[in-house]
Design a protein around this ligand. Structure first.
Ligand code: ADP
Length: 426
């Protein structure tokens, strides 16, 4: 490949470096030109080899095909052939062109080898990178799993702390409260003067409200620890609900709500705990009263649901109001204990006042009681809006034949036939 005349001739023809190469290939073209001179002058291949290795590595890295890369030496070779053929006498031209070909065979071979090496290296690096990423994501998944497990344990612990707190606080408060209630009653009976009577009555009513909250806490604690006792007997839901409405008449009148009952009298009698169902529907009707502005409409609808898809014959009671409604994100959370929607300044205090929130225990007790009967409760509402009042519906489904949750203490009342009942009464 050595040919000093060729080296000199190429060096003198630097116009061969004219900018016919694409911008990106200009540097490679120029370096190759120098490399070819070097090879022709002293047979030195080191410079050309390292130049071609880095060009091949770069081509692989940017995804340039080998044939495209080979275009650069190919064009230089063609230019040399053409110009040497035009300018040099045939005999010396033949010798020079033979040397050119040897040089370019070397260049093509080195380029192909370097390109293949670079491809192999890139594939190996990719595989290493992929396995590194895989190992890293696996480690992250494990970390997250451990974190979630830790968070779940912490949640369970906090839930237990809440349950313990409710139970301990309720039991501890109950005894002194009973004393206060007792003494307040005695005081009320002993006093005769109007002014002092009013004061004693204030203490009595405050203690009574406190007692209701403590009773709620005790119920919740019984539900949470599965210590609820159910006394099952046949229940006429229509009568239960009418009794509740009768008891709430003063509040309904005060808040000017009207109430409509639809098809409750068509419901079959169900086997359930009378006291607990009274408590359940009282809470739901009281909430409908509370969260509806004065002059609202409360509708209570009864539906019988036939057995389907493994579910037993059931009754459904829908308590529908024209109140402030519930935002979609709160529809499930309102059944959690101590959960109250929105900031506390939206609420007033009081058992039946508009927006008169309590401690946020009512619905979680209701859910616990309904589920103890193997029933379900859900809330439906288009959303929360204090101005336009889209309303809410609470839908309670209870099986006709009781099948209380496992683990509960259940007592079944003996069934009294209607004829026996009337005999006893007469
Ligand atoms: P509270 O003691 O606050 O009334 P509840 O458990 O009975 O507790 O209710 C939880 C929250 O659910 C209430 O604070 C209220 O925001 C919302 N809520 C309950 N019933 C209704 C209803 N009928 N309409 C709109 N919101 C309701």
């Amino acid at each position: 490949m050595q040919n000093k005349r060729l080296a000199q001739w190429i060096e003198e023809h630097s116009e061969l470096l004219s900018r016919t190469e694409q911008e990106a290939d200009q540097a490679l073209h120029a370096a190759l030109y120098e490399g070819v001179i070097d090879m022709a002058l002293n047979g030195e291949t080191r410079m050309v080899n390292s130049l071609l290795e880095s060009a091949a590595a770069h081509a692989v890295a940017v995804g340039r095909p080998l044939t495209n890369l080979l275009g650069v030496p190919q064009r230089l070779r063609e230019r040399l052939w053409q110009r040497i053929g035009e300018e040099i006498d045939p005999e010396p031209a033949f010798i020079m062109l033979s040397a050119v070909d040897v040089i370019f065979v070397h260049i093509v071979r080195v380029t192909i080898d370097a390109y293949l090496d670079a491809t192999r290296l890139a594939t190996a690096a990719k595989a290493t990178e992929i396995s590194r990423l895989y190992a890293e994501s696996e480690r992250k998944v494990m970390e997250y799993t451990a974190e979630v497990a830790r968070a779940n344990r912490e949640l369970a612990r906090l839930e237990q702390v809440k349950t313990d707190f409710i139970s301990i606080a309720a039991h501890e408060l109950k005894t002194p409260l009973t004393l206060i209630q007792g003494y307040a009653n005695i005081l009320y009976d002993l006093l005769s003067e109007d002014r002092t009577l009013t004061l004693a009555d204030g203490i009595r009513r405050g203690a009574e409200r406190m007692n209701m909250i403590i009773e709620d806490m005790l119920d919740l604690s019984a539900i949470d620890t599965n210590r609820l006792s159910l006394f099952l007997e046949p229940i006429n839901l229509s009568k239960t609900i009418q009794l509740i409405i009768h008891q709430m008449e003063p509040i309904l009148a005060q808040r000017q709500h009207s109430i409509q009952l639809i098809d409750l009298d068509k419901l079959p009698s169900i086997e359930a705990d009378a006291y607990r169902l009274h408590q359940t529907f009282s809470q739901l009707i009281n909430n409908a009263i509370k969260y509806t502005p004065d002059g609202g409409q409360i509708t209570i609808i009864g539906q019988k649901i036939e057995a389907h898809r493994g579910k037993p014959v059931s009754v459904r009671v829908i308590i529908k109001d024209t109140g402030v409604g519930i935002a979609p994100e709160d529809r499930e959370k309102i059944f959690e204990k101590f959960y109250r929607v929105g900031s506390s300044d939206l609420h007033s205090t009081g058992h039946s006042k508009f927006m008169g929130a309590g401690p946020g225990l009512g619905l979680s007790i209701v859910k616990g009681l309904v589920e103890a009967h193997q029933g379900q409760i859900i809330a439906e509402s288009p959303g929360f809006d204090m101005q336009n009042c889209p309303g809410s519906s609470f839908i309670v489904t209870l099986p006709v034949q009781a099948m209380p949750r496992a683990g509960l203490q259940v007592t079944r009342m003996p069934v009294v036939l209607e004829s026996e009942e009337s005999e006893t009464l007469s």
